[in-house]
Design a protein around this ligand. Sequence first.
Ligand SMILES: [Zn+2]
Length: 380
Amino acid sequence: MKDGLSEKSMDKLVAVSRKYGSDPDYVLAGGGNTSWKENGVMAVKASGTELGNITSKGFVRLDLDKLQYIRTKKYPEDRAEREEMALEDLMNSRLSGEEGRPSVESLLHAIIPEKIVVHTHPALVNGLTCSVKGAEKAEELFPGRSLWIPLVDPGYILAKTVDDELVKWASSHNGRQPDYIFLANHGVFLWGNDLDEIDRKSENLFEVLKGSVTDPSPVVTDNGAEVSEDLLEKVGSLAGKEGKALFTTGPEIRELLGTKESAAPLLNSLSPDHIVYMGHTPLVYNDIPDDKLFPQIEKDYQEFTEKWGMEPKSILVLGKGIISIGNSMKSAELARLLMLDAIRVIRISKSFGGPEFMSEEKVNFINTWEVEKYRAKQSG
Ligand SMILES: [Zn+2]
């Protein structure tokens, strides 16, 4: 029977996961995942687990032969049917006794032959992957070293696309492999046979990107504007008994929210993580007195919930700041974290031709995809 990783390997997997998972430049909240292949088994992060404080229990062990079977199997054309079947096969690839739910990106990890795979969604990288000239700039910055994957349905289709494109890439590059796979509107995959290789590639990735971006720094917040505690309490209560609303502002935020036009980019979605944690679109208001604002928010909150089958997570008050809402302190904080990330990504993307957003059709897929609903629920 397969039992997978040695204790030493598991310790190294935990260490590399914590290293990148606890660095906010690489990983926010439950984003990103890591894996290790050994003795026909792949240990991969369980969905909804946070990398920064992960232990060996945060990984699920999968049988690589069974993952190989998913790779070659023919699935139905119908999206819902296909994803349901692929997810079932993924669950069935777990070693007996495993109860965690493997990351939806497990198949992608399995496709890469190297032992260690690290997948993250850094703001610096997403400034590139969520930009108009992303593909072109990736080749310019990492000549002959990166594979660009355009935006496709996540899950099975994404894995299948990467599988096919890696083969094509190798045949046009003397059988070599790229150092990086950039996924449009998503993030980056890199890998290695030891931890040094992972560190080397990560450092080079950040060094090159930082050198080609005007300002990669995090968004600065301050107390330059505020809304009343009373308003925040009332808005928070819309999200339920434990509901919370948090206000955030800062110089860059106030400038971005200066007018409806300048705030327009924030009405769009950059990546699946942004959709899951801060919502696919915010409610937007002019800066009017708080007591007049609440009745409007209350009405729009209900309408939004009825229209989309989910509650709004972000509110923009033009010229002032952002209100992040969640059904718990943690989910409100996540909504805020991802909003700050989105603003940073949009700023960085300007070094690569400006932001490129997800199409409505792709956004709807994420919003209705069972896999992402599971992830959103884990954070609540
Ligand atoms: Zn991802």
